[in-house]
Design a protein around this ligand. Structure first.
Ligand SMILES: C[S@@+](CC[C@H](N)C(=O)[O-])C[C@H]1O[C@@H](n2cnc3c(N)ncnc32)[C@H](O)[C@@H]1O
Length: 377
């Protein structure tokens, strides 16, 4: 697929990169442990696709990864269910499905909201099936936790949800909009009292928490996807998993995709500057790139994650690195090197020690014990 298919909608390229990168890790792991992988694209499109072959879509991105996994004998069987309610777009989806080789692809011209039970039935082909649900609507009403609960509770299973931050933020003070379905009534009242920036970050946290609760997931994370042409977040991709491995792989996908997003935005900014001024520039795209919003979010998330790790250490006095990793990595944009940096600074200041650190060990492992022996600044 070519990058020009994503011009002026680079956020979709990043969304597809997250999906691709995560499924590339997920497929061989799940393929070796389960009889089949089931990919469900609940809002498939094609939507705003500019490629005749529909390669710039979520369903093609996911199916290509599954095909490659099968070709490399890393999974026995894979099925996909692609759902689209629009009767004009649906024939394109059907035609695409007929062209797919090696994977059973079923399409349905369904309204997602009316077929949740059917979707779950499809996904649970057998007790040895592992479904991955991608829920990517154009609005936000379809992602209400109570509506999608049967999908969330499908076990085993994982979910990736597009949370339309920009829309929700824009209409949040409109009392006629049923935001309580996303957050619960008490939370809506609390969120409405918060200053704008804090509120914007907190609505994602509250939603991710509700997804974790409703689905019985062990971990949820959210990746902020920025608008290509404005210093603002368009949406978050909220992920739910019951496994530490799922969390680890999703964080790797987040890291890769965020770097990719900044590169794409830098190119988009340069393109626009060239077309606006009609001249070339001496500085590189990276040198000219400007953003503030992501940096602010990252700063706040790191402060919050560090505080959460500190609290856990002070409460338990002795824990292992795996526990701290699981706690801190659920904060968007926080990466493992952040956690290691905080621990190292506490160790150097005499606040913690590692009683079971091995002679040749260079970095903490999941079972590395961390003991609090002094104050943590
Ligand atoms: C954001 S687009 C999906 C984009 C696609 N996942 C991708 O990344 O390439 C949402 C799609 O869902 C479809 N849609 C909207 N409401 C729906 C519903 N209730 N049930 C099923 N599909 C719906 C729209 O027609 C549109 O094609």
């Amino acid at each position: 697929m070519k990058d020009e298919h994503y011009f002026e909608r680079e956020q979709s390229r990043v969304k597809h990169r997250v999906l691709e990168r995560y499924l590339q890790a997920f497929s061989p792991i799940i393929g070796s442990a389960f009889d089949e992988i089931v990919y469900v694209d609940c809002f498939a499109g094609p939507w705003e696709s500019k490629d005749k072959a529909l390669h710039d879509t979520s369903f093609h991105t996911a199916i290509s990864v599954l095909q490659e996994c099968r070709d490399r004998n890393k999974c026995k069987h894979a099925r996909a269910l692609l759902i689209e309610s629009d009767r004009h777009r649906y024939p394109l989806l059907e035609e695409y499905a007929r062209s797919v080789k090696g994977i059973e692809v079923v399409t349905r011209n369904w309204d997602f909201t009316q077929h949740i039970a059917d979707i779950v039935a499809f996904a649970k082909g057998s007790s040895r099936s592992f479904p991955f649900f991608f829920i990517d609507p154009t609005g936000w009403k379809e992602i209400a936790p109570s509506l999608i609960k049967p999908i969330l509770q499908t076990e085993p299973g994982e979910v990736l949800i597009n949370f339309m931050t920009s829309w929700i933020k824009r209409f949040f003070d409109d009392e006629d909009k049923p935001f309580h379905k996303l957050f619960g009534r008490a939370e809506v009242e609390r969120l409405r009292q918060l200053p704008a920036r804090e509120r914007e970050d907190e609505i994602v946290n509250v939603y991710a928490f509700r997804i974790r609760e409703e689905g019985g997931y062990s971990y949820t994370c959210a990746i902020p996807i920025m608008m290509p042409d404005r210093d603002d977040i368009d949406y978050h991709l909220v992920f739910g998993t019951r496994s530490v491995k799922g969390l680890e792989e999703f964080k790797k996908a987040e890291d890769v995709s965020i770097q990719f997003m900044h590169k794409l935005r830098a190119s988009a900014q340069r393109r626009r500057a060239v077309s606006a001024t009609g001249q070339g520039f001496l500085l590189s795209e990276e040198e000219m790139y400007h953003e503030r919003r992501f940096g602010l979010l990252n700063e706040r998330r790191r402060v919050n994650a560090r505080a959460a790790v500190k609290k856990l250490l002070l409460e338990t006095r002795k824990t292992n690195y795996g526990i701290l990793y699981q706690e801190s990595m659920q904060f968007a944009t926080v990466v493992e090197s952040d956690l290691r940096e905080w621990l190292e600074s506490w160790r150097q200041a005499g606040g913690i020690l590692y009683p079971n650190w091995g002679e040749r060990q260079r970095v903490p492992h999941a079972n590395t014990i961390i003991e609090v022996i002094g104050p943590l600044s």
